[in-house]
Design a protein around this ligand. Structure first.
Ligand code: SF4
Length: 154
């Protein structure tokens, strides 16, 4: 944090480790990294440095608006692979799962594409398991790619 302050950046994004079944992390990692992100946010905001991961949630909370998605892949992005395949999530670029067409498909329309629509609903607001959670308005649901890899859901 001190280093970030000293190099005088204005924006920064702190990416946490995304564990997989093959590369697990310590069971206490999630709590530790959450505490660290909060402490980092407190420090950086005092220096007027915008930390994206925390700031976008704090901002929506302060503004009193709902935060439906954590990930752009949930209806806000189209990913193009180096071979021209078109999908919704960069995390699946290797397997091409959820890559529904390619750049030469002139008939593709994300507004009617079933894969795109499926991913557009990957929000706590559309999941009955989340309906009673007090965090539903600010959670965003995390990373669907990570959820599918680790829990076999999606
Ligand atoms: S914290 Fe868990 S249960 Fe609550 S809204 Fe987020 S994903 Fe759903």
């Amino acid at each position: 944090m001190e280093w970030l302050k000293n190099i005088e950046v204005y924006d920064v994004g702190l990416n946490i480790i995304r564990p997989t079944l093959r590369f697990p992390v310590d069971p206490g990692y999630a709590d530790q990294v959450a505490d660290s992100l909060i402490e980092g946010y407190k420090f950086l905001s005092k220096q007027e440095i915008y930390e994206d991961r925390m700031e976008r949630k704090v901002k929506t909370f302060i503004e009193g608006i709902v935060y439906p998605y954590d990930r752009a892949g949930c209806g806000n992005q189209i990913v193009v692979s180096s071979s021209g395949k078109v999908g919704v999530c960069a995390g699946f670029t290797g397997t091409k799962k959820y890559f529904m067409t390619d750049v030469f498909d002139r008939s593709f329309d994300h507004r009617t594409d079933q894969t795109f629509l499926l991913w557009s609903k990957k929000s706590p607001l559309a999941m009955k398991e989340c309906f009673d959670c007090p965090a539903i308005g600010i959670c965003g649901g995390g990373c669907p790619h990570n959820a599918e890899l680790n829990k076999k859901i999606g």
